[in-house]
Design a protein around this ligand. Structure first.
Ligand SMILES: NC(=O)c1ccc[n+]([C@@H]2O[C@H](COP(=O)([O-])OP(=O)(O)OC[C@H]3O[C@@H](n4cnc5c(N)ncnc54)[C@H](OP(=O)(O)O)[C@@H]3O)[C@@H](O)[C@H]2O)c1
Length: 282
């Protein structure tokens, strides 16, 4: 993984280059808000946007990119198949719909959003078909634990290129990171800032002060030094720029360990083994 500047990329297990820092757009409102956020991000040098059909803003993502002046092929776009759309045929239809919303003819990375029990292997077969047809440059999964990953690997032809999971100083899951590294699956973090939770942790405030950076910058840098691709979300121009300004300092090994030690196995989102009720009740 190359983390010298915002153009840094990591080579996925199929040879595709994935930018190490992207903009997340969960809860960025469809229309002006998501379009403006992406335009700020592209101006700051980001070339990676993470959306999902569930976020209901794929149309704005497409519009922002088309009107930005940056060529489509220079931007890495991720979207995801939602739980209600899982199964082979349903996933193929959901993908067509995402492309239509984005108004694009391919995406760079297509992910299974959550491991819907009894369905995710069929869903994966649909992703393999899309990949083999060249309609997606890489395929992966999200919210998959080690046992889900083993299930996919043992029952299919393509090893996921990426796993996108909740990851921040309160949820490190080092054995899962090690498993992914060993199996050449790129780890990617969602909610790297713990949806604001990191700003309340004193150790992080002290370390940020030591490096003369903000807590957000410290944590984004910690992600990258751990070999994790990261997609912090903001709809504010100054924060989007701040979150990209992480390439002029290095966290020492000792301080990396201090941050790792904040792990409490604490989640902001659902547990991947028990999420179906979470979404039914929300
Ligand atoms: N695969 C999945 O299941 C899944 C689940 C959740 C998220 N994701 C992806 O991961 C992305 C990031 O996760 P997230 O959106 O949940 O949370 P996050 O990036 O950890 O935190 C976002 C929150 O932090 C604030 N923020 C951002 N930069 C800041 C800064 N420099 N200073 C102070 N506050 C700052 C944002 O506010 P403002 O926007 O108001 O600036 C927002 O409230 C999502 O957008 C989405 O693309 C994926």
């Amino acid at each position: 993984m190359k983390i010298t500047d915002i153009n840094g990329t990591t080579k996925l297990n199929n040879g595709v280059d994935m930018p190490v820092l992207g903009l997340g757009v969960y809860k960025a409102k469809e229309g002006r808000e998501v379009v403006d956020s992406i335009q700020h991000a592209l101006e700051a040098g980001y070339r990676h946007i993470d959306t999902a059909s569930f976020y209901e803003n794929e149309r704005g993502v497409g519009e922002a990119i088309r009107t930005s002046g940056v060529p489509r092929e220079e931007i890495f776009i991720t979207t995801k198949v939602w739980n209600d759309d899982q199964g082979y045929e349903q996933t193929l239809a959901a993908f067509d719909n995402s492309l239509k919303e984005l108004n694009m003819n391919y995406v760079d990375l297509y992910l299974i959003h959550w491991p819907v029990p009894g369905k995710y292997l069929e869903t994966w077969k649909a992703l393999e078909k899309l990949y083999k047809e060249g309609r997606v440059k890489a395929i992966g999964v999200s919210n998959f634990l080690q046992h889900h990953l083993i299930d996919v690997v043992e029952n299919s032809d393509v090893v996921p290129a990426v796993v996108q999971n909740e990851f921040h100083p309160r949820l490190v899951q080092q054995p899962l990171l090690d498993f992914c590294k060993k199996n050449n699956i790129q780890y990617e973090s969602w909610s790297p800032l713990m949806r604001g939770g990191v700003f309340k942790i004193d150790t992080l405030k002290d370390l940020a002060e030591k490096y003369k950076k903000s807590v957000a910058q410290l944590i984004i840098r910690w992600n990258l030094q751990k070999g994790v691709v990261t997609i912090p979300k903001s709809v504010h121009r100054e924060r989007i720029f701040e979150n990209a300004d992480v390439f002029d300092f290095k966290i020492s090994e000792e301080d990396m360990c201090k941050i790792n030690a904040l792990d409490r196995e604490e989640r902001t989102g659902a547990h991947p083994d028990d999420f179906m009720d979470h979404f039914e009740n929300n």
